[in-house]
Design a protein around this ligand. Structure first.
Ligand code: SAH
Length: 154
């Protein structure tokens, strides 16, 4: 998280049942802006600190645990969000507000997904992008889960 606008991510993750949020520093928790935007969601969502220099190792670890590393980024090879099926074990990697996802981490992605755009402006804000992907993940997996429950109970 690098800008104030992204501080609301914690609330979004908690509301949609993300299993955790990884931040570059847990110092954000004592920030007044963070507290006012996160409305105590940080108490219910597991938060983990991974320094930018340790991100590559962290992603490697998550890969070995079976996570699909999904980059949220506009690239020549990105899949369209409308066509993408999220694996249950998905880790979303967001880019920096200005530079996007660093090149060394782009290489490590299992897949890159982009939100189709219509307008003139080049890109969305990080939190908005994250929220759209988290919602789509939730939509796909909520439907699957409720179907499973329905078929078990009938
Ligand atoms: N790469 C952008 C700058 C980053 S925008 C540029 O060159 O202008 C900040 C972050 O928001 C990106 O790294 C990405 O994670 C996300 N983002 C913005 N627009 C997006 C889109 N249409 N699809 C997917 N992710 C997007």
């Amino acid at each position: 998280m690098h800008t104030q606008l992204n501080l609301g991510l914690c609330r979004t993750c908690e509301i949609f049942g993300a299993s955790g949020l990884v931040l570059d520093s847990l110092h954000h928790l004592s920030d007044k802006h963070f507290q006012s935007l996160s409305v105590s969601s940080e108490l219910w969502l597991p938060l983990l600190e991974v320094k930018p220099a340790e991100l590559a190792d962290f992603l490697q670890l998550k890969k070995s645990e079976g996570y699909c590393i999904v980059g949220v980024e506009q690239t020549a090879n990105s899949q369209n969000l409308q066509d993408f099926r999220f694996p249950e074990r998905t880790l979303l990697l967001l880019g920096n507000e200005r530079e996007g996802i660093p090149a060394n981490l782009l290489q490590m992605l299992d897949v890159c997904v982009e939100i189709p755009q219509q307008g003139i402006i080049r890109s969305l804000n990080v939190h908005v992008s994250a929220a759209l992907l988290i919602w789509e993940y939730t939509r796909q997996h909520l439907v699957t889960r409720s179907n499973k429950v329905d078929s078990q109970s009938s």
